[in-house]
Design a protein around this ligand. Sequence first.
Ligand code: 5GP
Ligand code: SF4
Ligand code: MG
Length: 460
Amino acid sequence: CGVYAIYGNADAAKHTALGLHALQHRGQEASGIVSFDGEQFNAHRDNGQVGDIFAKPRVMDRLKGHAAIGHNRYSTEGDTVLRNVQPLFADLEFGGFALAHNGNLTNARKLRRELVHRGSLFQSTTDTEVVIHLMATAPANTVIERLIHALRQIEGAYSFVAMTSDQIIGVRDPLGVRPLVLGKLGDSYILASETCALDIVGADFIRDVGAGEVVVIDDNGLRSLRPFPPCQQRFCIFEHIYFARPDSIVEGTSVYEARKRIGAELARESHVDADMVVPVPDSGVPAALGYANQANIPFELGIIRNHYVGRTFIEPSDSIRHLGVKLKHNANRAYLRGKRVVLVDDSIVRGTTSAKIVNMVRQAGAAEVHMRIAAPPTRHPCFYGIDTPSEAELLASQYDVAGMAERIGCDSLAFVSFDGMYRAMGEPGRNAAEPQFCDACFTGDYPIRLVDQEDRENCR
Ligand code: 5GP
Ligand code: SF4
Ligand code: MG
C-alpha cells in the first residue's frame, strides 16, 4: 500500500491526492483521504484509482482543511469491500482519529480475538483496525501514550500515518521493514511511502523516518519519539527489487541504481553469449540496462508494453491475471527474428508471465532465449505486506532452477545470487548472522515472528 500525510497546508487534500497519484503503483484497488478543517473531519474513500476517485471537483471541494492523510490500498489482509478502504476513522475518547497503514500485522488475528472477547465491536476485516481498538481501550491519557500502548502490542511490518484534530503522526515498525519518508514543502511537513510522492509537488526530502521511530507533527513543529529498544534494521529488499518506483530514493539508495547494479551482478555471475538484452517491461528495464552495460551486449526493446493495462499481478482474480498478461506485452517482431536473446525480469513469482513472454519471443523468431532474473528465486510467501501467493503457487518452491527453466521454456535460466543482490545494495555480501535486509521471501528467514500463522498451523 501507499500512505501520505501533510500538515499545515491550505490545500492539504489536493496535495494528498497528488501524492497518492505518485504512489499509485503501491496499490490500485482503492484509495481514501481524510482531512481536518479546524472543526470537522472530512472523508472520501472509493474503489478504483486515484485519478478517477479524486478528479471530481465535488469530491475535492468537500475535503477541506489544513491537514490530511491518504492511503492507496492493495489488499493483503481483509476483503475488497468499501468498509476496508483506509484511512480508517474512529471517534475516540479524545476526539477523531484517522489511520492509514502500509504493511501487515502478524498477530492481528490473535489481538482481534482478545479485543472482541473484551467487547470491542469491529467495523472492518482489516488487520489495521486492531490499532484503533487497542488505543480506545488503552489505560493512558494522551493520544501518543495510547498509540504507544497499541504499538507495544502489535507485531508485524507497519508504516502508519495518522491524524487527530491537531497533529499528524508517522510510525515505522522497530525493524523498519516498510518505507516512510519525511519531506517539507515551505512550512508544511509531509510523510509519504516514497520520495516520488515528494517530487510530484516539488517538496524537499528531509530524511527517512527511522526504524522504530514515531514522529509527531503539530503547530509546534516536529517531535521524534523512540518507544522501542534499538535493533538492527531489516528493510524489505523486495522494495528495491520490484515494489518501489525506480525514481524513489529509499533508505539512502536510488532504487534505479540498485536495480541496475543487480543487473550488472547478474551479467558477471551468469554471462551468456547473445545478440541483445531485452527487458520485460517495465519492471525489468533498469536491471536489463545494468546487464547490457556490464556484458557489453546491445540493449533493445524487444517487447513492447501496452500502458493502458494495470499491473497484472495486483488484479485479484486468476482469470483476469491470465488475461492481463496477454493484454500487456507484445513482441517487437522486426527485432527478434534469428537473434540470441537475453530476457531480463525482476522476479519470477508464479512463472505465468515468464512462460508467456518466452513463448512470445520464440514465436517472433528468436533463435535462443536466455532468462536472467534480478532477484533470487521467490520460494516463500511474504507476511509483511506484499501480496505474494501461497507457497504452493510459487514456481520456485515447486521446482529447482532446471525444472523452472523447463516449465518456462527458456534455453537457460539464472537468478542473481544472495551475495550478488547484497553487493548491489552496497553491502559486502549477505551477513547470515545478522542480515542487513528482510529477504524472507527468498530465504525463509522471517525476521518478525508469525503469531497468527503459527496459530493456524497448530489448529490443523
Ligand atoms: P510471473 O512470471 O511469476 O508470473 O510474474 C513475474 C512478474 O510479476 C514480474 O515481471 C514482476 O514484475 C511481477 N511481480 C513480481 N512480484 C510481484 C508482486 O509482489 N506484486 C506484483 N504486483 N507484481 C509482481
Ligand atoms: Fe519484502 Fe520479501 Fe520481506 Fe516481504 S518477505 S517484507 S517482500 S523482503
Ligand atoms: Mg514485471
